[in-house]
Every structure is written in structure tokens, then in C-alpha cells.
Design a protein around this ligand. Structure first.
Ligand code: AMP
Ligand code: MG
Length: 322
């Protein structure tokens, strides 16, 4: 059975934090909100606990997890090495939705990194998440708390819809604020390289680092990839989901239409990039649950402000037949 514990996002009870940390210490799975999406957490030093994450999600063993830490000091202590660039990024963006790939230390169990010699670290912003990690005193491996390849969860109910009975506890602190997964940047090479676009934009990264590469996005799933977040189909709803340009869309009866960046009559409109990121996954799950035959996403413009949302939309959809 999965227990759900409501917690005040700004003033959680010490007993609730201790209960979550105690379960993690005992090798159990606990879901909690980060600012991006809900995470399915396990003690990153316990191989058996980390194995439960892969089993609960049905996640391929080749897909590494992000290790969440409560402070920059904890990141430095648990990284195999801590490059200057990592320090610059941590200072500029932590706590926040940026995952930094650094060399892995042996103290983090190998399964977290899916056998790679690197590890993704991040300090999440919400007080509850940091308090739980702090109470455990060790990094918490936590991918999104959804079934593998389904839409990521932005509420505790989404977690239950996907994983009820497969984890010990969900800390329910309300909907997440950002709504899409963290930006992932690898700082182990000569030039920092963005592996997954996200809430921290390329422009923001370049403003503090100068040169930043971007890995080719949307490579084929199945092909070897530095970051599994690059897989083409990811985060997708359970009903057929297609994308189209506003100008070319021809509606079919049974379509559930989400219009992103444009107001379109009869469509669920997500007009601004930040609001769209926050609400997108809940809207997709909602359309799934009301039983539309097909979800149609009308795409936002190809501008930098929409880059992260476009990335997630492209992963969730296939191009509509003309
Ligand atoms: P999720 O938390 O479900 O969005 O998945 C974690 C994502 O973090 C993966 O899909 C990767 O994109 C990324 N990631 C975590 N660790 C690494 C790593 N060591 N190297 C490259 N990417 C990583
Ligand atoms: Mg995920």
C-alpha cells in the first residue's frame, strides 16, 4: 500500500520529514515534489533501493537517475570531482531546475548512473525536498515518479495514478511550480554541453559560462546516447498524440486539442511559456482520462522562449498526417 501524507510546502511538520527520511533509510521508495515534477526517491547509496526505482517505473536499466542533494557542500562531497564550471553553475542556479553532470564517486551506487562514470547532481528548490534529503544525510536518487515513458507527474494524484502500490509514501505538498524536467548540462568535457533543454535556458547558461554546446536533440530511442532524456519518444500520453501547425490543422471528431502559444477556438490554450510548462502535463493527463480519441497539439513558435516546451511536445507527439 502507498501512504499519502499531506505536508505544508512552507512549514512541513518535522515528523513528516522524519517519516520520509526513515523510509528512505530503510530502503523504501518515497515520492516528493521538486520544483520541476514529482520525483520517485530512493537512498542513492543503497543498490537494492535504487533497483526498486527501476522496477516500479519499468525503467530501462540504461537510463541514469538524477541524484538530489540538499546543498552545494553535499554535491561537492558526493561528486567524484568538482570542476570549477560546476561551482559556477551551482552558485548561479542552485537551488533550481539545473542538473549538472560531473564525475561519479563510488559512494553513489553504480545503478544510479546506469553504469556511466558520471553522475547528475542537483539541489531542488522546495523546502520539503531539501529537508528530506538533509534528514537522510545522503543523496536521493529521484527520477520523475511516473511509469517509464508516460507523462511526468506534477501532482501527488498523478503519482498515484501511475504508481499506486509500488512505493511506500507520497508527500503531497501540492502541484509543482515549474512543471517540466530540469535542464541537464554535462561539465565533464572541454566545453559544457546541454544534454536536455529545460527551465534554465541556453541564454541563461551562456550568460554565466560563455560557450555552451548543445547535444543533438531527439536522437532515436534505442541508439546509444549520452543522456537518455534525449530519447525521441518520452513523456508521452497513452492515447495517440500528434502535433500540427495552427495554420494546417484540420480537426477530426474526437480530437482533444491543446493550442500552445496561440488562442484557438475550442482548444485548451496554453498561451505563455512558463504557464504552458507548468500546466502541460496535467492537461495531457486530463485529455487522456476523459477518453479523447486523439490528442492534437498545435505547436508554439520556434523561438528561444518556447525551446524547452517545444522539446517536450516533440517528444510526446508524432507529426500529424496531412
Ligand atoms: P528523469 O529524472 O526521469 O527526467 O530522468 C533523469 C534524466 O537525467 C535522464 O533521462 C538523463 O537525461 C539525465 N541524466 C542523469 N544522470 C545522467 C548522467 N550521468 N549522464 C547523462 N545524463 C544523465
Ligand atoms: Mg522521467
Amino acid at each position: 500500500m502507498t501512504r499519502v501524507l499531506a505536508v505544508d510546502a512552507r512549514a512541513p511538520l518535522a515528523a513528516s520529514i522524519e517519516e520520509a527520511a526513515g523510509l528512505l533509510r530503510a530502503g523504501e521508495l518515497v515520492a516528493f515534489a521538486t520544483e520541476t515534477v514529482y520525483g520517485l526517491g530512493a537512498d542513492a547509496t543503497q543498490a537494492d533501493a535504487v533497483a526498486k526505482i527501476f522496477a516500479a517505473k519499468g525503467r530501462p536499466q540504461s537510463n541514469p537517475l538524477i541524484a538530489h542533494v540538499s546543498s552545494v557542500e553535499m554535491a561537492r562531497a558526493w561528486a567524484g570531482a568538482w570542476p570549477e564550471v560546476a561551482e559556477v553553475l551551482a552558485t548561479a542556479f542552485w537551488p533550481g531546475p539545473l542538473t549538472v553532470i560531473v564525475p561519479r564517486s563510488d559512494r553513489v551506487t553504480a545503478a544510479v548512473s546506469a553504469g556511466l562514470d558520471t553522475v547528475g547532481l542537483r539541489v531542488p528548490e522546495p523546502l520539503v525536498a531539501r529537508a528530506v534529503i538533509e534528514a537522510l544525510g545522503r543523496p536521493v536518487a529521484a527520477p520523475s515518479a511516473n511509469r517509464s515513458e508516460h507523462v511526468s507527474p506534477t501532482t501527488a494524484q498523478h503519482v498515484l495514478d501511475d504508481l499506486q502500490g509500488r512505493l511506500a509514501l507520497v508527500l503531497d505538498s501540492g502541484p509543482t511550480g515549474v512543471g517540466i524536467e530540469s535542464t541537464v548540462i554535462d561539465v565533464t568535457g572541454s566545453v559544457p554541453c546541454v544534454l536536455r533543454r529545460g527551465p534554465v535556458s541556453l541564454a541563461a547558461l551562456r550568460a554565466v559560462l560563455g560557450a555552451v554546446d548543445i547535444a543533438e536533440q531527439h536522437v532515436d530511442h534505442g541508439a546509444p546516447q549520452a543522456s537518455p532524456g534525449q530519447g525521441l519518444r518520452h513523456y508521452a500520453p497513452d492515447v495517440p498524440c500528434v502535433r500540427a501547425e495552427v495554420s494546417s490543422y484540420r480537426g477530426l471528431p474526437g480530437d482533444g486539442v491543446v493550442s500552445v502559444g496561440h488562442a484557438v477556438a475550442g482548444a485548451h490554450a496554453l498561451l505563455e511559456p512558463e504557464d504552458a510548462a507548468r500546466e502541460l502535463y496535467a492537461v495531457l493527463r486530463q485529455l487522456e482520462s476523459v477518453g479523447v480519441e486523439r490528442i492534437v497539439v498545435l505547436m508554439p513558435p520556434e523561438t528561444p522562449q518556447w525551446a524547452a516546451v517545444r522539446d517536450r511536445l516533440i517528444r510526446a507527439t508524432v507529426v500529424a498526417a496531412p
